[in-house]
Design a protein around this ligand. Structure first.
Ligand code: GLN
Length: 192
């Protein structure tokens, strides 16, 4: 039957990730929108999308999803606001991160003048640069020993892998390039 991927569907770029994963899976698995805590444990991978991290954080708790996500044994694909939530520590006291990935994250790290921009990022493991869309993006200000830097821009680290988890400060679901979704699927069997 292939892998089962869920996209946390509380707020944010949900349908874009579902389409990107459908494309990346090419019929070899299924993708669903996750709205209830009991849907999480059976998945192989869970995407936490971009959106507004303070809102997603509040909705995670309101919907009793914190425990199931913390206990989840599959891979986490955390993008933009998702990267903020999946971190070990965040520089904003309003957010209690889920601690899935050993990084410290600075929210809105590019400031007002560069709230939104696109640039090519070299990603370890990809043959050509990834054209990345940044929207009020975070950076990883520290990367713990369990995580590996996959890509950086001037301001800091914007792509990280930790075993089967990935965190991306930008929006890989926008733009039609699904190589990072594919990379996540390839590493789903990794340990750690
Ligand atoms: N700045 C947002 C936050 O921290 C993230 C923005 C996004 O996901 N595009 O919630």
């Amino acid at each position: 039957m292939g892998v089962r991927i869920g996209v946390l569907a509380l707020q944010g770029d949900v349908s874009e990730h579902i389409l990107a994963f459908r494309h990346a899976l090419d019929g070899k698995g299924e993708v669903c929108a996750v709205r209830r805590p009991e849907e999480i444990a059976d998945l192989d991978g869970l995407a936490i999308p971009g959106g507004e991290s303070t809102t997603i954080c509040r909705l995670v708790d309101k919907n009793a999803m914190r425990r199931p996500i913390e206990a989840f044994e599959g891979g986490i694909f955390a993008t933009c606001a998702g990267m903020v939530l999946a971190a070990r520590e965040v520089d904003d006291p309003r957010i209690a991160p889920l601690g899935c990935i050993d990084i410290i994250v600075e929210r809105n790290a590019f400031g007002r003048q560069r709230e939104s921009f696109e640039t090519d990022v070299h990603i370890a493991g990809l043959r050509t640069p990834f054209h990345a869309v940044f929207i009020r993006a975070p950076v990883a200000s520290r990367v713990g020993p369990k995580a590996t830097v996959l890509g950086s821009v001037d301001r800091g680290v914007v792509a990280v892998r930790s075993g089967r988890h990935m965190a991306l400060a930008f929006h890989p679901e926008l733009g039609g390039d699904t190589r990072l979704h594919c990379m996540f699927l390839e590493h789903l069997q990794d340990t750690g």
